[in-house]
Design a protein around this ligand. Structure first.
Ligand code: ATP
Ligand code: MG
Length: 756
């Protein structure tokens, strides 16, 4: 076809080209370090499968680690194969892909297509009453067991692909306990008491979920595996699977990949040095497992880093190389050396934060406008560290955004509204009913609600149907008061149901819902910060319309499938909200003009011109609660390798932790490499002279600033800094060194004169 352009192959190096052109019939592992173009190769390979090998786009499954990564891949692919074809490719996280196929083919494995995906909070609500039964028994043995722990253990079992009965069996063969007449274990000596209780709860939890027509996140994967294993047609659904960030897949995800690939067409890319999700049951051993299960697997290694300067790469590699169990590999860059990464210490976390904020300003000025706020990221070991950073940036007037910070869909106001919509879509789903029935408060006490539950159970009606009948008198009331109390509830549900049946847009459903239950008024009366919560409701409406427009394309494609019950817009919207995860927020307009604050975990796969990692301290790196120190080291490596041109590590010798000031030491991951010759770190920031500017622009493929611009920016910066300095007399750690500043030192030189 003369219209096809294979231009996407032009920019690849020889190893990358080999990987893209590798036969689609032979399983392939691409193993390579950060920034070596793994994700780029994966995207090009998808294009190649479609354009060269002529695979139908809809028969390709591309698995990414986050929805955000899927969106980025979509953008890259759109440029090569166009919007229409890109929309046909099945692209998303393992969870999203499972949801997609399960909605279509749920019936073939005994599920209803309108299942509700439940999150941790809803799962907790289901587990709470089940756990209650064991309360006395556990108390007698002096065991405290929380819902969260039970769910974490169940989730671990599911990640290994163990069903409730598998798990029970495993626990029983391990245990020597004996059961009493109630079926409870009586032996007080076994260490497995908790496991046994969890095994029994697991079983009941599953039964309850099925009754509610609900699936938790792990179920999505487990039922996905089942779907692909039992369904003879599954061979036709997918002709090639590609998995990014393969080192972070768990056993169930691996099983799923194997089931989808039918032991043939599969491409995975990964980097064992970047495996950072062991705490969520990821198994780097899946790489070896794949070589066994897919006997003809070929490996291709990429050894050229296209992302970072040579000095950043060298320092990062020195950090990860301290892991003695690691397999040595080669990774080089053709980029120039560039400024050496900075390592600084401070007396407090405030000084650290204000240094970083000041440094961002200085760099922007000294790059003469080539770098913008959006080119900077501050990477944190955990979210709680963000407060100090955010306020320091704010003080300097630097706009910032927190990536994967507050989890939007876990907010009270969002969950309230989603509960109503879940109930409309799946009346079987009890947690949604329980939340909605008293939002806003309708005076339905715990007793009345549990009576409703019991009656619904006995009459095999959903709670929604039951209250409707009570309301219109077809079923006798429990107490006359109930009928009155549920009036507005029932009529709201009725309106929404009618709208949903007519395929109303989810954004319209939400607008109508907040009117029907007078939600703004409810927030005003019950929440002190109701205004920002009401803003979030507006944001939810925006999200709903975004999903709608995204779906227009894919619905058009799905219409060729005749066997499936059509997904309603409401169902697709609910699914999108339940599957959005940490770090997934869409880039909003103006985000490119903001400094990003993110966890190291959420930064996986991404890159920024300037990366700053504060709190590189013992207790933070490694995190004091970890049981895998090497994973913590790799996490720091992942953070450092996000940087393209400048890297800053810093620590505070005193930091407030949970209200108490604690003395802190430099992280052992860094202290072990800090005394090397030539040095891996500089203790003061680079001056950013012409040569540095040239290197930075070369790495970022940006054109160099006009020297006149640089002089202008620096002059403005110096003036502003001097003013600020004389006004406040304090600027981060400058106070400490105040006495040493010679009269006529420019602020920039002064900044450089400070020593750690
Ligand atoms: P990570 O392990 O961090 O996920 P990765 O191996 O997936 O990294 P990519 O994100 O695909 O690496 O690529 C890193 C950067 O290098 C991107 O900016 C990409 O566009 C660029 N890049 C990759 N290959 C080439 C190439 N052949 N020529 C020029 N730039 C390239
Ligand atoms: Mg990548």
């Amino acid at each position: 076809n003369p219209t096809i352009s294979f231009g996407y192959l032009d920019s690849l190096n020889a190893a990358q080209l080999k990987a893209v052109r590798h036969s689609p019939q032979t399983p392939l592992q691409i193993l390579a370090g950060p920034g070596s173009g793994k994700t780029k190769v994966l995207t090009s390979r998808i294009a190649h499968l479609i354009l060269h090998h002529r695979l139908p786009a809809s028969s390709i499954c591309a698995v990414t680690f986050t929805n955000k990564a899927a969106n980025e891949m979509k953008e890259r692919l759109t440029k090569v194969i166009g919007k229409e074809k890109t929309a046909e490719v099945r692209m998303g996280t393992f969870h999203a892909l499972c949801a997609l196929f399960l909605r279509k083919y749920a019936r073939s494995i005994g599920l209803d297509g309108n299942f509700t995906i439940c999150d941790a909070e809803e799962s907790k609500k289901i587990v709470a009453p089940l756990l209650k039964k064991y309360k006395d028994d556990l108390a007698a043995k002096d065991i405290t067991l929380k819902e969260g722990t039970v769910l974490a253990l169940i989730s671990k079992a599911k990640a290994k692909g163990l069903s409730a009965s598998d798990f029970l069996h495993e626990v029983q063969t391990r245990s020597h306990g004996t059961r009493d007449s109630n079926g409870l274990f009586t032996s007080s000596t076994t260490v497995n008491d908790i496991d046994l209780v969890v095994a029994e709860i697991y079983d009941n939890y599953e039964k309850t979920l099925r009754k509610n027509n609900g699936l938790d996140f792990d179920d999505l994967l487990l039922f996905g595996v089942k779907l692909f294993v039992v369904n003879p047609d599954a061979v036709k659904w997918c002709q090639h699977v590609l998995v990014d960030e393969f080192q972070d897949t768990n056993v169930t995800q691996y099983d799923l990949m194997r089931a989808i690939a039918h032991a043939r067409c599969v491409t995975v890319v990964g980097d064992p040095d970047q495996s950072i999700y062991g705490w969520r049951s990821a198994e780097v051993g899946n790489l070896a497992r794949m070589q066994k299960d897919f006997a003809t697997t070929k490996q291709i290694f990429l050894e050229e880093n296209f992302r970072s300067t040579a000095s950043i790469l060298k320092t990062s590699l020195a950090i990860v190389a301290q892991d003695k169990t690691r397999i040595q590999k080669s990774l080089h860059t053709s980029h120039p050396v560039g400024p050496i990464p900075v390592l600084r210490s401070f007396l407090s976390e405030q000084m650290e934060a204000s240094f970083l904020a000041g440094e961002i300003k200085r760099i922007v000025a000294h790059m003469g406008g080539v770098l913008h706020w959006g080119d900077f990221v501050v990477l944190l070991r955990f979210n709680a560290l963000s407060r100090t950073i955010e306020s320091a940036l704010q003080k300097e007037g630097i706009p910032s955004r927190v990536l994967g910070g507050h989890k939007f869909f876990e907010r009270l106001e969002i969950k309230d509204l989603l509960a109503y919509l879940q109930m409309v879509d799946n009346p079987q789903f009890v947690p949604a009913f329980m939340r909605a029935i008293n939002t806003p408060a309708r005076g339905m006490g715990e007793k009345s609600v549990s009576e409703l539950l019991a009656r619904a159970d006995a009459s095999k009606l959903s709670l929604v149907d039951l209250v409707e009948r009570i309301h219109n008198g077809t079923t006798p009331d429990i107490k006359p008061a109930v009928k009155r109390k549920i009036g507005t509830f029932v009529s709201a549900i009725r309106v929404l149901k009618t709208m949903a049946a007519e395929n109303a847009q989810p954004s319209d459903l939400i607008r109508r819902l907040v009117e029907l239950i007078d939600y703004e008024d409810h927030l005003r009366k019950t929440q002190p910060d109701w205004e920002s919560r009401w803003e979030n409701v507006q944001e939810l409406i925006t999200f709903a319309s975004d999903v709608q427009s995204d779906l227009q394309d894919s619905i058009a494609i799905e219409s060729s499938d005749t066997e499936t019950p059509r997904d309603t817009p409401l169902r697709l919207f609910l699914q999108a909200s339940m599957l959005s995860s940490e770090g997934d927020q869409q880039n909003k307009e103006g985000d490119n003009e903001k400094v990003t604050i993110s966890t190291c975990h959420a930064a996986k796969g991404l890159e920024w011109p300037v990366v700053m990692v504060p709190a590189v301290e013992q207790g933070t790196f490694p995190f004091y609660r970890t049981d895998d120190v090497e994973e913590e080291r790799r996490l720091l490596y992942v953070a450092c390798t996000r940087a393209q041109s400048l890297l800053y590590l810093s620590y505070a010798t005193q930091r407030k932790v949970a209200g108490e000031t604690k003395t802190r030491d430099l992280s052992p991951f860094v202290s072990s490499v800090v005394r090397q010759n030539p040095p891996l770190f500089a203790d003061s920031p680079s001056m950013l002279l012409d040569l540095d500017r040239k290197v930075i622009c070369q790495v970022l493929k940006r054109s160099q600033p006009d020297p006149v611009q640089v002089t202008k920016h620096v002059a403005e910066y110096n003036k502003a800094s001097r003013n600020r300095f004389s006004e406040r007399g304090t600027y981060g750690d400058d106070t400490v060194l105040n006495a040493q500043i010679p009269q006529n030192t420019s602020f920039m030189n002064f900044t450089l004169a400070r020593s750690p």
